[in-house]
Design a protein around this ligand. Structure first.
Ligand code: ADP
Ligand code: MG
Length: 348
């Protein structure tokens, strides 16, 4: 489907490790005050004065987390950065630096890695972060990318998973289920392509959900918005594995229960229509699909007037006491227990 039409194939061995690192990182500039020394020495130097620092890391493995038959390398580079920034924002912190480590087989030419780094560079520019280091090594098969993100937060402003209280409102940013349905469309087109390689897929009906899968955005804007609205959530988590599994994390760590309202879950019309086409229930997708990278938070009732007319934030439920348990209140007003069926990285 997205075959490599680039006739240029420079073997990695032609450059060697050091030239390759130099080549891939030549465009990275330093823009953060907290970056004292970036790429080029044995270690980066960062200076954060009185701020607290958050650090998070993620590992993406070809064949487990991504399939290069339909994921363009540029998008992969972008997404590898997003999944990490999303974890920083979920702490109510601002991301400032990343390191990028890659293991590549000689199946990849230099031009492929240039594409990957173009995506990383775009992400770094848009989200205003410095790339301050990494590591480069070979792998016997496939591509592995590990990104580490570093962020800062004012002392006392970090938001943990453990702070939710009974009667707090459960709030989600954006809409959910899109990334999972985008993946279903891409997987279907891949099967069609295998049978008939001349059949160019028409994805025009699915642009929003395919983009949600291939080019997710971490919600830096939501952290900025919350600060502007003077709302500090009582707990927060990013939605990487699906709403139900993230709700369970918040409830367990905060020792509270929840009533989640099915009719409040924000879904894009394209998610609803694609669910109909695939004959899947859209609530099931919202609960169990993953990779939306929206923020799920709880806020105190007092803060409701500050968020109520904001189109980026939707109240989807209420926290209850721990003994009441975790429930979905269906459109028919039945209460059913919430269980985690989310995407589990260790399942396959
Ligand atoms: P060392 O031998 O000390 O590990 P390297 O030669 O691996 O040093 O790295 C040299 C510099 O380039 C370091 O600043 C390192 O952080 C950076 N670097 C190495 N690989 C990458 C990469 N894939 N992306 C970004 N920076 C990298
Ligand atoms: Mg090294």
């Amino acid at each position: 489907m997205l075959e490599d039409k680039n006739p240029l194939r420079t073997q990695l061995s032609e450059l060697g490790e050091f030239k390759l690192i130099e080549h891939l990182t030549q465009n990275f500039k330093i823009s953060q005050k907290s970056t004292v020394k970036g790429i080029g020495d044995d270690a980066a130097i960062l200076s954060y004065n009185n701020k607290q620092i958050v650090i998070t890391t993620d590992l993406l493995v070809e064949g487990v987390h991504f399939d290069l038959s339909y994921v363009p390398l540029k998008h992969l580079g972008y997404k590898a950065v997003m999944v990490n920034l999303s974890d920083v924002y979920a702490m109510n912190a601002m991301a400032k630096q990343i390191t990028v480590s890659i293991a590549v087989s000689n199946r990849f030419p230099v031009e492929a890695l240039e594409e990957l780094y173009a995506g990383i560079e775009t992400a770094a520019k848009i989200y205003d972060i410095d790339v301050v280091g990494g590591d480069t090594t070979s792998s016997t098969s496939g591509l592995i990318i590990s990104v580490t993100a570093i962020g800062e937060v004012e002392k006392g402003n970090a938001v943990l998973r453990s702070g939710a209280k009974p009667n707090d409102l459960l709030v989600v940013s954006g809409d959910i289920g899109g990334a999972y349905m985008g993946l279903q469309v891409l997987e279907r087109e891949k099967e069609v392509f295998k049978v008939n390689p001349n059949n160019q897929p028409d994805l025009s009906m699915y642009t929003y959900i395919v983009e949600r899968q291939l080019k997710p955005e971490a919600r830096k804007d939501i952290v900025e918005l919350l600060s502007k609205l003077d709302v500090k959530p009582t707990s927060m988590i990013d939605i990487s594995d699906g709403l139900s599994s993230e709700i369970i994390h918040l409830c367990k760590q905060s020792k509270v229960g929840v009533d989640l309202y099915e009719n409040k879950i924000p879904l894009d019309p394209q998610v609803i229509s694609t669910c109909e086409e695939f004959d899947i229930d859209s609530t099931t997708i919202a609960l169990n699909g993953g990779e939306d990278y929206e923020l799920l938070m709880t806020i105190s009732q007092e803060d409701y007037p500050k968020i109520k007319s904001n189109p980026n934030l939707t109240v989807i439920g209420y926290m209850t006491d721990g003994k009441s348990g975790m429930h979905l209140v269906t459109r028919a007003e039945q209460k059913i227990p919430i269980i985690a069926k989310g995407w589990n990285a260790l399942k396959n």
